[in-house]
Design a protein around this ligand. Structure first.
Ligand SMILES: [Zn+2]
Length: 510
């Protein structure tokens, strides 16, 4: 049987500086969803990348005395290294400077132009001459001056191409009505409708002549394509579009999930769908706008210098501590706070106390009492239901949460099983059973039940903290690590456990 496909994307990030923990946050969530879908049997295409054109990078490069491409290349290398260290399992990394992308964007621009959806007009903007930058009213500083250099701006007109966004307003509202799940969380849908669409969509400026670092319009060489048609189309050019017969395009489009930060939901749920309607293509199934990771209460910002290179956290605490924190700490769709103290406290409470200790002491007891041999003697008592029944329900609980992107709640559900196991040990008191010759089969059963719960948790944790899962499987010496072995009792009988190793070291806060 052919596998069902799942196409998931992160936004393409703007490489004006090295990536920070906020970029990691979006990418780790996307990775966990992609891994989860693969484990569930989907044929997944997971894409990330970089949005490299535009005036800001042109300026930065000029200041540094290099070409824009020379400016961004090391930042991209740095990002790829970071994704590798975080275990990001992307299938494709697109750069908007890729030759294929450039050519395809030019073709798309021409298709829309020939269709009459792009026309030449006049762009009016507030211009700062020393900075050579256009600004909108809302971008100006508190004195109504340039937000970069704080000098006076003046109104300037330039010739530009426009996309007929207004033409698609009614069709867009109709699409929202027919696809109530298109925008997640639902609150963002109402925001889009009431704040942006219903007041009326204005046509969108899609080319500029005031800077050069962009994809040239093939039929009007003074113009470069301004952000929208260059950046948003990355989701289809990577699949080969405008060649609609491309294998990748036929297989993976439409996207199943565009995961984006809440500040760019508007581009992905208004501009992007209208562009797709213009091209006569299907729209993505869902756009999920997640909240921000706030550093110590303030927004992450290079200029505030309030963040470290994310590799420092990975080096200090381990990749899975960073992944776990990002996935566990932030509630669905809301903002979450990132601080090193919170990372440490989360690691100590969940990964060290709940998970690490459980695995260690259970393997230690198995070694002490039965020379590391595991056997289910099926001497069950009613207290066993507290973990067995829950363990058998758990895959469905996690599935439901993951399907609605409540990643933090999925983790909470998995850790509930581990907490129940810790309580089960307190209640069944294996050290007392070990003193009674007649209770040894019961003791074997108790230990089996805990180890089996650990195995089931570790399988479900593969999507989130894969390195830790692999280490647990090795200790358990089990081959049953796939989702189709998620039924209680699949831990092999009569296996011998491997030596216990410390999964997470307690982090001293002093
Ligand atoms: Zn300025």
């Amino acid at each position: 049987m052919e596998k069902k496909k799942f196409y998931i994307t992160t936004p393409i990030y703007y490489p004006s500086a090295d990536f920070h923990i906020g970029h990691c946050y979006t990418t780790i969530i996307a990775d966990a969803i992609a891994r989860y879908k693969r484990l569930s049997g989907y044929d997944v295409f997971f894409q990330t990348g970089t949005d490299e054109h535009g005036q800001k990078i042109e300026k930065k490069a000029l200041e540094t005395g290099v070409t824009p491409k020379e400016y961004v290349d090391p930042i991209i290398e740095n990002a790829k290294d970071l994704w590798k260290k975080l275990g990001i399992s992307y299938d494709y990394f697109i750069r908007t400077t890729d030759e294929d992308h450039v050519k395809r964007v030019q073709e798309i621009f021409k298709i829309m132009y020939d269709k009459g959806d792009i026309y030449k007009g006049e762009y009016k903007g507030l211009y700062c001459t020393p900075c050579e930058s256009f600004w909108t009213e809302s971008q100006l500083d508190e004195n109504g001056a340039c937000p970069d250099c704080h000098r006076e701006v003046h109104e300037v007109k330039e010739e530009a191409y426009f996309f007929r966004l207004s033409k698609y307003q009614d069709k867009l509202i109709e699409y929202y009505d027919k696809h109530p799940d298109f925008i997640q969380p639902i609150s963002r849908k109402n925001e889009m409708l009431n704040n942006f669409i219903k007041p009326g969509l204005e046509d969108l400026c899609v080319s500029r002549t005031s800077f050069k670092w962009g994809i040239p319009v093939t039929f009007d060489k003074d113009h470069v394509i301004y952000v929208w048609i260059d950046a948003l189309t990355n989701y289809i050019t990577s699949l080969g579009y405008p060649d609609e017969n491309s294998e990748l395009f036929k297989k993976y489009w439409p996207a199943d999930l565009h995961l984006v930060g809440k500040e760019i939901v508007r581009f992905h749920t208004i501009i992007w769908p209208c562009m797709l309607m213009s091209l006569g293509l299907e729209l993505p199934h869902q756009v999920f706008g997640h909240g921000w990771l706030i550093i110590n209460g303030g927004k992450i910002s290079k200029s505030l210098g309030n963040y470290k290179d994310p590799r420092e956290y990975i080096d200090s605490y381990g990749v899975d501590a960073v992944r776990y924190f990002a996935l566990r700490e932030v509630p669905f769709g809301n903002d979450g706070n990132f601080s090193e103290e919170a990372l440490i406290s989360r690691t100590n409470s969940d990964l060290v106390n709940t998970l690490g200790n459980l695995v260690n002491r259970t393997i230690a007891m198995s070694k002490k009492y039965f020379d590391s041999k595991v056997e289910n003697k099926h001497v069950n008592e009613s207290i066993d239901d507290s973990i067995i029944t829950y363990a058998n329900m758990l895959p469905n609980l996690v599935e439901t949460k993951m399907n609605s992107f409540k990643v933090n709640e999925a983790l909470e559900d998995i850790f509930e099983l581990l907490k129940r196991c810790n309580k089960y040990i307190d209640d069944t008191t294996p050290w007392l059973l070990a003193k009674d010759e007649t209770k040894l089969d019961r003791l074997k059963t108790v230990l089996y039940n805990i180890l089996e719960s650990i195995r089931i948790s570790a399988i479900l944790l593969r999507a989130f903290i894969p390195t830790t899962s692999d280490r647990i499987f090795k200790m358990l010496n089990t081959k049953n690590i796939e989702f189709d072995t998620l039924e209680f009792g699949k831990l092999e009988n009569n296996i011998t456990l491997n030596e216990a190793e410390i999964l997470f070291e307690r982090i001293d806060t002093k």
